[in-house]
Design a protein around this ligand. Structure first.
Ligand SMILES: *Cc1c(COP(=O)(O)O)cnc(C)c1O
Length: 809
């Protein structure tokens, strides 16, 4: 320690870690050395809190939530950890002592991108809220060696690169070499006591699941929660024979066969080998997690017949659904419980969240594949199904079609196991993720189940954590809120309602507007640097950021951009409201239509951005590699949030919440959580357009004719002709002919039906934007209305109504 004025204990810790842990002279530390040292200094403080929380829960034998999720889209950790510890200031000082800023260091931290999009990010927000509410909780998932692919754009096309986020290690995980569970696959099953009794499974192979823990700090107290991720390791003895004979290549290949289970998020599922690997992943992490839960329970309670009183296990979508059969197997075969008791415990322990209504997205597995990978589980599912269908038959005697629809096995073609059905039958509570979605579940895809068990179905509207999505992502707005309404919003987001009166306060609006302007300028500078596209921070920033998918209708947005482009050219003398349209999002690597949309966005951008006739009035940019960190930069800079899915397709959306929380106005359809956002912010503060869910259904029923819509609408026809005729792809005029033809002939997501209303609504957006005071007032009212969309509210509701868990000591 020397006597530099802003030396703090943290600075001393950082210097110590540079010397003792990183192994570098403090004067020579690079930004990534410093990142490492600051992270280690924060980590050691969290570690102490963690040990204390875990010991308290163990001592209290606390009832715990176990959240099983194939994906956790965590993003970066350092900023969150520092905020939770109240060390942001001292960490900035420590960086400054080396002539760096904290942002310089953080830019070197890779995102933990162990997820695709909304579902994985939801799991991450939920962990934050479970910690904030002090719930004794564990998240469980897979420690993928490679996360979500990194996206770059070459020649307007998406190129996928591996994401080796663990290449240089991570300071945020704690390996637990003592915690390893065998996970078995294949082989055959023996029934020494006859068909109904406990079975002996003779697997063909066994892989070890080894635990790596990540800390999940609370921002409000000293409690810490855990995300436990499993890595697949070949059993140590396995390669010895090959090694002894000097055949290292064969030994390595053998090892890989086991270890590839935790290599990569979403193996290519267009091949049988890729699909089988995915099934193995699902079973791998579910089995390891359940074995871990049972061992902890036995250590605390010494018996399993009260398992459901001590733990609530949640299935985040159907990826861990095989857990229903796995828990049964563990209770029956390894702990000798009778079937009826085991089944009662299982149903009382599990709960399940559905995330999609789209039939093609509902997970099923060929029975033949389950037979070869998980033979014992297949037997168990058959028996669950048999007893369930007997029970169901009593509800509607003689109705065979009813039973066929309910069955856990789809017999209509190649026999397949329906994982959503297994999840429902094995759970005591089932929920959707927005009011509309939960209602549609009960009325459509799960109506037969709801007829039998209406009391099991409920709604838990999604939320987002205000710590990451407001406090961290938008520090200037957070500071303005602290000053205006106090700091309590950070743990009680309903307090944002106190902002509402300030919407009418001109001085406040001015400060609020200045913060948005500064966020836009910062983003513009970054995109100038990274993409070479100049953007005008005074233009309206119109933002659509999310996975690229046909149902999310980025293409409808493009139709509007082209409409605007052609209109400006046709009437150059009119005063146009300047607009910058920003896109970001990844397309699944095998999703051809989504990749074509990315290419079209780039082709349109390149024509529009180089056309002097629209300069200063319209610009388009695609921000590559959408992920949590990119989202944190984009959300605070948005004026307009595009949430334009076909009504009835977006289960909830959470991007819509993050953007409104940062003061963007929504233009959206009557879909998912948009409906609840509209109720919360008021009809006058949101732009809703387009067909509603029942109207979408009616249009499809009547026989939808998109070609007729285009024929009756000259502007739309002109836009389609421009795209289909090659205006944006002069080097290959036919590039988008197929895309346009499919819109004219099929248009499964009804873009053309919603086009006219969408374009008219965009004109209302323009009109409002010219009145800065009116726009800012509505933006303030959006922030004020976002209280209900905190994931703290969602998790409190799960804790009360689904999990029945309480804050730990
Ligand atoms: C919030 C979020 C999503 C979900 O966005 P939607 O607009 O709800 O689809 C996806 N990816 C990332 C990185 C996010 O932060």
């Amino acid at each position: 320690m020397n006597d530099t004025p802003n030396r703090t204990p943290l600075t001393a810790d950082v210097e110590r870690h540079l010397l003792d842990s990183v192994g570098v002279a403090p004067a020579e530390a690079s930004p990534s050395d410093l990142l490492q040292a600051v992270s280690l200094a924060a980590r050691e403080q969290l570690s102490r809190r963690w040990v204390a929380s875990t010991a308290a829960d163990r001592h209290a034998k606390a009832r715990r939530v176990v959240y099983l999720s194939m994906e956790f889209l965590m993003g970066r950790t350092l900023g969150n950890a520092l905020a939770a510890l109240g060390l942001e200031g001292p960490a900035a000082d420590a960086a400054q002592a080396h002539a760096r800023t904290l942002e310089d260091l953080q830019a070197h931290e890779p995102d933990a991108a162990l997820g695709n999009g909304g579902l994985g990010r939801l799991a991450a927000c939920f962990l934050d809220s479970m910690a904030a509410l002090g719930l004794p909780s564990f998240g469980y998932g897979i420690r993928y060696e490679f996360g979500m692919f990194a996206q770059s754009i070459q020649g307007g096309r998406q190129v996928e690169h591996p994401d080796p986020w663990l290449e240089n290690g991570t300071p945020w995980e704690f390996p637990r070499p003592d915690v390893a569970w065998p996970v078995r696959f294949g082989g055959w099953v023996e029934h020494p006591q006859g068909p109904g009794g406990p079975a002996v499974w003779h697997p063909a192979g066994t892989v070890n699941a080894k635990a790596y823990d990540m800390v999940v700090p609370s921002h409000h107290d000293e409690r810490v929660s855990t995300l436990r991720l499993w890595r697949a390791a070949a059993p140590a003895h396995i390669d010895l024979t090959a090694f002894n004979s000097g055949d290292y290549a064969r030994a390595a290949e053998f090892k890989n066969q086991f270890e590839n289970i935790s290599w990569v998020l979403y193996p290519n599922d267009s091949t049988p080998a890729g699909r089988e690997l995915r099934l193995r992943q699902e079973y791998f992490f579910t089995s390891a997690s359940l074995q871990d839960v049972l061992a902890r329970h036995m250590a605390e309670h010494g018996r399993l017949d009260n398992l459901h009183e001590a733990v609530a296990i949640h299935l985040n979508d159907t990826h861990p659904a095989i857990g229903v059969a796995e828990l049964m197997r563990l209770l029956l075969d390894e702990h000798a419980l009778p079937w009826a008791r085991a089944w009662a415990i299982t149903q009382a322990t599990f709960s399940y969240t559905n995330h999609t209504l789209m039939p093609e997205a509902l997970e099923t597995w060929p029975v033949g594949l389950i037979q070869s990978v998980l033979p014992r589980h297949l037997e168990i599912v058959y028996r669950i199904n048999h007893e369930f269908l007997l029970q169901a038959a009593r509800h509607r005697p003689g109705d065979n079609a009813f039973l066929q629809r309910l069955s856990l096995i789809d017999e209509s073609g190649e026999r397949r196991m329906r994982m959503a059905h297994l999840s429902i039958v094995g759970s005591h509570k089932i929920n959707g993720v927005s009011a509309l979605h939960s209602q549609l579940l009960v009325n459509t895809i799960f109506s037969d189940f709801a007829a039998i068990w209406p009391e099991r179905f409920t709604n838990m509207t999604n939320g987002v954590t205000p710590r990451r999505w407001l406090a961290q992502a938008n520090p200037a707005l957070a500071a303005l809120l602290d000053e205006s309404i106090g700091t309590a919003w950070r743990r009680d987001l309903d307090r944002l309602a106190d902002l509402a009166p300030l919407a009418d306060d001109a001085a406040f609006r001015e400060r609020f507007g200045a913060i948005k302007r500064a966020n836009k300028a910062r983003l513009a500078a970054r995109l100038q640097r990274e993409l070479g596209v100049p953007l005008d921070p005074d233009s309206l920033f119109d933002v659509q950021v999310k996975r690229i998918h046909e149902y999310k209708r980025q293409l409808l947005n493009v139709l509007h951009v082209v409409t605007r482009y052609l209109a400006i050219i046709a009437e150059p003398q009119r005063s146009w409201v300047p607009r910058t349209v920003l896109f970001a999002g990844k397309a699944a690597s095998s999703y051809v239509a989504a990749k074509t949309i990315i290419r079209l966005i780039h082709d349109v951008a390149s024509v529009v951005n180089h056309d002097l006739r629209v300069a200063g009035r319209l610009a388009v940019a695609f921000v590559p590699n959408y992920g949590v960190s990119v989202a944190e930069a984009l959300m605070p800079a948005a004026d307009l949030s595009e949430q334009i899915s076909t009504a009835g397709t977006e289960a909830s959306g959470t991007g819509n919440m993050k953007l409104a929380l940062n003061g963007a106005l929504t233009i959206g359809t009557d879909d998912g959580a948009n409906i609840e956002i509209r109720e919360a912010v008021g009809d006058d503060n949101i732009f809703i357009f387009g067909l509603r869910t029942p109207e979408v259904e009616a249009r499809r029923r009547e026989g939808y004719r998109p070609g007729q819509i285009a024929a009756a609408h000259p502007t739309l026809q002109q836009v389609l002709d421009a795209i289909g005729g090659g205006l944006f792809s002069p080097d290959e005029p036919g590039r988008y002919r197929g895309l346009v033809d499919s819109l004219l002939q099929v248009d499964h997501y009804l873009l053309l039906a919603d086009y006219a209303d969408y374009v008219a609504t965009q004109q209302r957006v323009d009109a409002l934007f010219t009145d800065a005071a009116a726009w800012q007032a509505k933006a303030v009212r959006n922030v004020a209305g976002m209280g209900p969309f905190s994931s703290d509210r969602t998790i409190a509701q799960y804790a009360r109504e689904v999990w029945r868990v309480q804050r730990g000591g």
